[in-house]
Ligand binder design. Sequence first.
Ligand code: CAA
Length: 258
Amino acid sequence: MSVYETILVEIHDKVGLVRLNRPKALNALNSTLLGELVAALQILDADTSVGAIVVTGSERAFAAGADIKEMVDASAVEMLLRDFISQIDGIRSIKKPVIAAVSGWCLGGGNELAMSCDMIVASDTARFGQPEINLGVIPGAGGTQRLARTVGKAVAMEMVLNNRTLSALEAQQFGLVNRVVPVDCYLEEALSLAAEIANRAPLAIRFGKDAINQAFETFLADGLADERRSFYFLFSTDDQQEGMQAFIEKRDPEWKGV
Ligand code: CAA
């Protein structure tokens, strides 16, 4: 089904899989790739047969950052007008859970892309970093904001100011990564986690994702009020009735997504 130049899209039962596919450039994120990625995610988000999405790269590199060759000669005004980074923001608008399956290099914009996803499953060979300081710039797609909120100020400072890279186990220890598994099964692990989630009540998944993301974007009182409204709203769905009846009747629920 892939009609793209820089990504491959597959469907595995209820899970959409997007593979970044610029192997010669270690999946460096050029504007074509980011545009195609967001377009593919939006199509999968709108596909009612898909319940969760996995984004992956190759064993060698999830993505080695924004494409330096595409940026090297750009002026500030050209960068501003081109604004390719705002495409990464497009990932925030995806309503279904998105899991990054990361192996090898996960650097700069690659790490920012992984952090824009909802969860990260890493291979034990993954390395996470924000090396922009080596290029005379700073991260521009969340590598100071999301990173500091995730790993804390101390580690974020070392990563952004001194190019500290994290091993997969360190990334897990600092809360950046959900799971670390051997390199030969990281994609299967991510697909199986996505499949488990895809088989749960779709509306509750959607509201749960949205509520957790709000925890990073709003005041606690607003987040709590919104969470409560969402909780009450879910009592208008068939799946709430089904989930609670199934519990009482000691059977598995059958979700309808309404
Ligand atoms: N942009 C463009 N091309 C890249 C790239 C990038 N970010 N990263 C790697 N490549 C290319 C290399 O130029 C090389 O291409 P050629 O064969 O045509 O020379 C190819 O991918 C393989 O790379 P290496 O030969 O360098 O492979 P390596 O195994 O020796 O090193 C690496 C791997 C450590 C990841 C190294 O490639 C590297 O340091 N890459 C750059 C990482 C980086 O600085 N990322 C931040 C980019 S800026 C950013 O992301 C800004 C932002 O916040 C949005």
